[in-house]
Design a protein around this ligand. Sequence first.
Ligand code: URA
Length: 179
Amino acid sequence: MCLEGIAEEAKACMKCDLGAGRHKTVPGEGPCDAEILLVGEAPGAEEDLSGRPFVGRAGKVLDRALAQAMLDRSKIFITSIIKCRPPGNRKPKVWEIEECIPLLQAQMGAIKPRAIGLMGNVAAKAVLGLEGVAGLHGQVFQDRYVITYHPAAILRRRELQEDLVSDLKKLKELSLSRK
Ligand code: URA
């Protein structure tokens, strides 16, 4: 399925209660031939209003980390596990993830990225069934996944920025090594 088709499906989705409360769905953005895919948790308030991923405070942290890792955001596909904002930015529920994850799987299948960054525990758990970013970040799983901190975690603990940057560099290396 092409990315536009997946985005249209996300925009029309009413499979869980989040559909009724959203301003905009946030399917993700980036090129279809991206070599790197980044996956966050769920849209926040600014993403819900704009329909674009990582444009709020966490997005600024991500932009800075990408620049420090010498990665071009426009060449990366950026999305989240959940495509609609949970009220008050609460954690997505298990059943919401179950309803939404086929869209991410379709995006992975269409893009076929060489390297996938799972940002935060929700993404690591939903995709790989793994928990505990602090002990897992920076390692490569299944030859294409790298777990790292969610950029919002850096807003609370600035010292983690360095780890986020080094994990993004790892992702970049991985994407190049698989050429
Ligand atoms: N946090 C996420 O996980 N995704 C976004 O799009 C924005 C903030």
